[in-house]
Design a binder for this molecule. Structure first.
Ligand code: SAH
Length: 269
């Protein structure tokens, strides 16, 4: 009998054609497919082999899923555990990997297209723009999951870089307050992307001072990313408007800095 195997498969942000070829290959051979119904399109199950056992994970606890892994270990089954986006980002992967290793299962991880990539594509924008932002912070606000002491949003916001928030639209007023307290100027461009790449995708662009009101007005309470920072300036405008100028996007930025940018640019040739 072959050893059981669990493949943690990234399903991408939603659109079934954003599945990777490798993900499709795994789905074709898996005996059991465990998938997260809320953020994974059922269309991906078309790739599962005939007779595969299909399990929606939404109403299952970690222990229920581990029981499936235990059965895979006993019976030499191959499980495809399908996560939204990329499984290594907010995928509750760590504890599942530990459980699989303890059961002696072989494991592998199939990378997926992150929801951040799909959100940037929906915005039609690059998230790292030379002289504007060269750093991306992925973070979240605490919920049941607390944040490490050195990762408070107010502190992360102090960098003034492009910041992407997962799982953080439920308390929009607190979110906005933290970002302002951290030093993003009220005019800093923000975008909220709900269900990127799905047919009901919604893109909301707003300055930070209206972020909470916009999240509320659009009734976005889940399945959305919030992107913040000067790189989110309106790409459709020819040139960047004054308020989105990298010299003005962050209150902590010392005056006179834009001149330094100009010098750096010319010396880059
Ligand atoms: N592993 C996933 C993230 C899972 S956590 C990834 O790589 O994208 C779930 C959170 O991800 C959601 O609350 C939301 O913040 C974000 N998310 C996942 N899919 C999304 C999508 N299609 N559009 C917008 N946000 C999404």
């Amino acid at each position: 009998m072959t050893a059981g195997r669990v493949s943690f498969v990234g399903a991408g942000p939603g659109a079934p054609d954003l599945l990777t070829l490798r993900a499709v290959d795994v789905l074709r051979v898996a005996d059991v497919v465990v998938w997260a119904r809320s953020l994974v399109d059922p269309a991906i199950l078309e790739h599962a082999k005939v007779g595969a056992e299909l399990v929606a994970s939404d109403d299952r606890t970690h222990d229920d899923v581990v029981a499936i892994y235990a059965r895979a270990a006993e019976q030499g089954l191959h499980v495809a555990r399908v996560h939204s986006g990329d499984p290594t980002v907010y995928g509750a992967l760590h504890e599942q990997l530990a459980a699989c290793r303890a059961l002696g299962l072989d494991i592998d991880i199939v990378p997926g297209v992150s929801s951040v990539s799909a959100a940037a594509a929906a915005l039609g924008q690059e998230l790292t723009i030379p002289d504007v932002s060269q750093t991306l912070i992925y973070t979240r606000r605490p919920t049941r999951t607390s944040m490490p002491a050195n990762e408070q949003l107010v502190e992360l916001a102090r960098h003034g870089t492009t910041l992407v928030l997962f799982l953080s639209v439920r308390r929009p007023r607190e979110l906005q307050a933290d970002l302002l307290e951290g030093g993003y100027a009220p005019e800093t461009p923000c975008a909220v992307v709900y269900r990127a790449s799905w047919p009901d995708e919604l893109v909301v662009r707003t300055p930070l001072r209206e972020l909470a009101a916009q999240i509320k007005a659009n009734r976005i309470t889940t399945q959305a990313l919030v992107l913040v920072g000067p790189a989110l300036g309106d790409a459709a405008c020819a040139g960047r408007s004054h308020v989105y100028d990298p010299g003005d996007g962050h209150r902590d930025r010392p005056l006179g800095r834009p001149d330094r940018y100009k010098k750096a640019r010319s010396s880059d040739g």
